[in-house]
Design a protein around this ligand. Structure first.
Ligand SMILES: Nc1ncnc2c1ncn2[C@@H]1O[C@H](COP(=O)(O)OP(=O)(O)O)[C@@H](O)[C@H]1O
Ligand SMILES: N[C@@H](CCC(=O)OP(=O)(O)O)C(=O)O
Length: 372
């Protein structure tokens, strides 16, 4: 084995169903062997590797002999319950060839949106890495319902990269990277080699999955890249079948689409705030409030809120939008929806007059607020 030196001390590798099945209906074990060889090589060089592995549902279908089932949640949960154990067994056997142990972590959004549970998951992950065990992460599909799901493994892998304090997130899929349009339907589409900022134009070219195997397509990969790069993590989207892709990308070689890390990453708690909790309310702000939070770094006061939607309790995440409906920030509301309805538009001093309770003059404190 040729000695390699990874440019990144800690790498999260996400393997989509498209890579693990090679576009077929069953797991492509020959290719899994090849992927494990590369990961083991990287691991041996001293780099910590975390694996986010999709493929449980595909493995379940294969193991049960491709039963005819509806496309409903219960069927998918059953397939995931059967398939996850098959999948982890395969990873265990393959990593064992290289004398490596794996540790399985199954997560749902509910494990990540509560800060304490997030920190618990982080402790487990970091302890595995400290003992040089390869964590293998997937969504806990067997029990997760739509409400508590992350929903796709691209976003899950960005959260895993934040949990692990990773330096590189490598999203491996069935395309060589992000193209100017979906290459399946646009043969003239061009590969984008490097991305410095993720904006609406870029989002508009990232389409959904059309293979029927993956979840979310390039759209969720771009969301994941946005979350990770804001946390200071570099991201590469590349083809899982490209020769030596894991080793190459980890050494900084030009492969696929590289997203540069944000030059001023969010601090740890705000990384979690941006990516962990799901928003349960929406506040529409007037132009003055948008300017104050976006340009001056101010906290949000009740006077700047024009209207609100959704039902939310005190302490939950809300989205803040401008008058045109564009999201400008998200943050933790210090007032629940019921109380907030009675104080929007008023001055902070009036809170005491209008409410029985008083949780301070600001609605979203700047320490609990992330600009989008
Ligand atoms: N602009 C784009 N560039 C590349 N692929 C795209 C683009 N828009 C949509 N896609 C689709 O995204 C798919 C990959 O995502 P997905 O099917 O979810 O795979 P995975 O299982 O790896 O997550 C590709 O097969 C492709 O059809
Ligand atoms: N958790 C699911 C995969 C969900 C998912 O996002 O799939 P993919 O888009 O192929 O990465 C499974 O193990 O089958």
């Amino acid at each position: 084995m040729v000695e390699i030196s990874s440019k990144y001390p800690r790498v999260v590798v996400k393997l989509g169903t498209s890579v693990l099945t090679g576009g077929s209906l069953a797991l492509d074990r020959a290719h899994m062997v090849e992927l494990v060889r590369q990961i083991a090589h990287l691991h041996k060089s001293g780099c910590d590797v975390v694996l986010v592995s999709s493929g449980a549902i595909a493995a379940g279908r294969e193991h049960l002999g491709f039963p005819t089932l509806g496309n409903n949640v219960a069927a998918k949960q059953m397939l995931a319950a059967v398939g996850q154990s098959q999948l982890i067994q395969s990873w265990e056997q393959l990593f064992n060839i290289y004398g490596l142990h794996v540790g399985q972590i199954l997560l749902t959004r509910a494990d990540l949106e509560d800060r304490e549970r997030f920190l618990n998951a982080q402790d487990t992950l970091k302890t595995l890495l400290k003992h040089r065990i390869v964590p293998v992460i997937n969504e806990n599909d067997a029990v997760a319902t739509a409400e508590i799901k992350v929903g796709d493994n691209d976003n899950l892998s960005a959260l895993a990269a934040i949990l692990a304090d990773a330096d590189l997130l490598l999203l491996l899929t069935d395309q060589p990277g992000l193209f100017t349009a979906d290459p399946r339907s646009n043969p003239d589409a061009k590969l984008i080699r490097e991305v410095e900022t993720i904006d609406e134009t870029l989002r508009s070219i990232a389409g959904d999955s059309v293979s029927g195997l993956g979840t979310g397509g390039m759209a969720t990969k771009l969301q994941a890249a946005d979350v990770a790069r804001r946390a200071g993590i570099e991201v590469v989207i590349a083809a899982g079948h490209h020769p030596e892709v894991i080793v190459g990308a980890s050494q900084g070689e030009s492969v696929g689409t590289r997203f540069l890390a944000h030059p001023t990453p969010l601090e740890a708690r705000k990384q979690w705030l941006f990516a962990g909790p799901k928003s349960s309310g929406r506040l529409t702000l007037d132009a003055g409030a948008v300017k104050a939070i976006c340009e001056k770094g101010s906290s949000l006061l009740p006077a700047g809120i024009m209207s609100l939607d959704g039902k939310f309790a005190r302490g939950t995440l809300v989205t803040m939008c401008d008058e045109q409906g564009a999201e400008v920030a998200r943050g933790i509301s210090r007032y629940g929806e019921g109380d907030l309805r009675q104080i929007i538009g008023c001055h902070s001093e009036q809170i005491c007059e209008r409410l029985q309770v008083h949780y301070g003059p600001v609605i979203v404190h700047r320490d609990d607020l992330v600009l989008v």
